[in-house]
Write a protein of this length. Structure first.
Length: 432
């Protein structure tokens, strides 16, 4: 069987199978691998060499796979447009164009919508030629960007799937090379896929998808993500219930031989006077075997020069209901939202519940906020700006906690009246 008489499905589905296998293997190659990169590039070469031999059924499969991936990518970022804007902001800072950061949110809305609409158009075979060209241009941009990310690491998380799927920069680059191969298959097949549907029908699908998705993004931006992919979500416990003991290791060096030994702290022979005379302390390390759901350090500060006292576990593991108001930036916080939240926490205190504030602003800004909204009797705690943004996508936002469980999250617009919060039901659900 020569190349001319070979059925087109053989090279088509052979490349499809190889592409799928490579896509799966990305999960096991988190860092730079020249061998894996060479195989990915070889797959792209195979697509180019077999550009005249792709069967119609294989093209449909490739089109559907790319379409589904673009829909998922657009959705996972569109469900959290504010989070995507943070990533775009980081990119603009890293690439030396901070004067464009004011467009981060607009760019998030447009990028997420474009990905979603392209995915829908691929799935429904809308204007195949122009959709594939748009896909190719977008993938070319993404591939170049993620290559630089993988090599230079200017932004640690590209956010290509929002917080739904977190990948390393190298994995993101590999993923884009796999996608490039799929898009090349479509690009080489544009002249063989007819589009016989009326232009009005195509416009209705593309335009309808764009309008509906923009509305979906706006809803998630104005309120909270309808699907929460963040670490803080309802039903998550921030620390393990039965923690394992933290292991403490100490390293000592022999003063005479230079030998270095590491001991578990409890196994260190401090009672041996001869050992104590011969060995000197070098280093110490602590190993916490307990998984930590969230990466946040909360401190209590007296003034802006005070580094603060860590109160993370004490605050989050409180055995009573705590309404934690997260305001990552007091100056940028919505004044209407701050006024509403201030009034709500005062009513909560009257009802016997505790509330406190968490911010990354300065102590002086916190004092000004207390005076402006009559919050002098409330505690303000402090943490990193990025960490607080990962708590809730609202500024301000309210998190209900008890015993390190995240029970409820509200944006300030939909925070209920104290009497509307059914704490009894929560107590039954979590066994308090």
């Amino acid at each position: 069987m020569n190349r001319k008489t070979m059925p087109t499905w053989i090279p088509s589905y052979g490349i499809l199978l190889l592409t799928v296998v490579l896509a799966v293997l990305i999960a096991f190659v988190p860092e730079k691998s020249p061998l894996f990169l060479a195989v990915l590039c070889l797959n792209v070469v195979f697509c180019i060499l077999n550009r005249k031999f792709f069967s119609g059924s294989a093209v449909v499969v490739f089109r559907s796979l790319v379409g589904l991936l673009f829909v998922f990518s657009g959705f996972s970022k569109g469900v959290d447009p504010l989070g995507t804007s943070y990533v775009i902001h980081d990119y603009l800072e890293a690439y030396g164009v901070p004067w464009l950061t004011g467009l981060s949110l607009f760019g998030s809305f447009v990028l997420n919508m474009a990905e979603f609409v392209i995915g829908i158009c691929l799935l429904f075979n809308v204007k195949f030629r122009w959709t594939v060209i748009a896909t190719f241009v977008m993938m070319l941009f993404f591939t170049i960007t993620t290559w630089y990310d993988a090599v230079a690491n200017p932004v640690p998380d590209c956010g290509c799937f929002g917080k739904a799927v977190v990948m390393t920069n190298w994995q993101t680059f590999y993923k884009n090379i796999v996608l490039d191969a799929c898009v090349l298959v479509l690009l080489f097949s544009v002249n063989r896929i007819p589009d016989r549907r009326p232009a009005a029908f195509n416009a209705m699908i593309a335009g309808g998808a764009a309008v509906l998705f923009l509305g979906f993004e706006f809803y998630n931006y104005r309120y909270l993500p309808v699907v929460n992919f963040l670490e803080w979500k309802e039903g998550v416990r921030l620390f393990p219930e039965n923690p394992k003991p933290v292991q403490h290791f100490v390293t000592y060096r022999n003063k005479f031989t230079g030998e270095v030994e590491e001991y578990l702290l409890e196994d260190c022979p401090y009672a041996d006077s001869g050992w104590v005379a011969a060995w000197e302390f070098v280093d110490r390390r602590d190993v916490d075997p307990n998984p930590r759901t969230v990466n946040i350090n909360i401190v209590e500060k007296l003034d802006d020069e005070d580094p603060g006292w860590d109160v993370t576990k004490d605050l989050l593991e409180t055995d009573s209901y705590l309404f934690l108001v997260a305001v990552y930036d007091l100056e940028e916080a919505d004044p209407e939202g701050m006024a509403k939240v201030a009034a709500s926490v005062k009513r909560l205190r009257e009802a016997g519940y505790e509330s406190c504030f968490l911010t990354s602003s300065t102590v002086q800004e916190a004092e000004d906020c207390k005076k402006a909204y009559g919050l002098e009797d409330f505690m303000f705690f402090y943490s990193d700006n990025t960490a607080i943004k990962a708590v809730i996508r609202s500024n301000p936002g309210i998190v209900l906690l008890r015993d390190a469980w995240v029970l409820e999250l509200w944006d300030w617009r939909r925070f209920p009246e104290p009497e509307e919060i059914d704490l009894a039901a929560l107590s039954r659900a979590y066994g308090f």
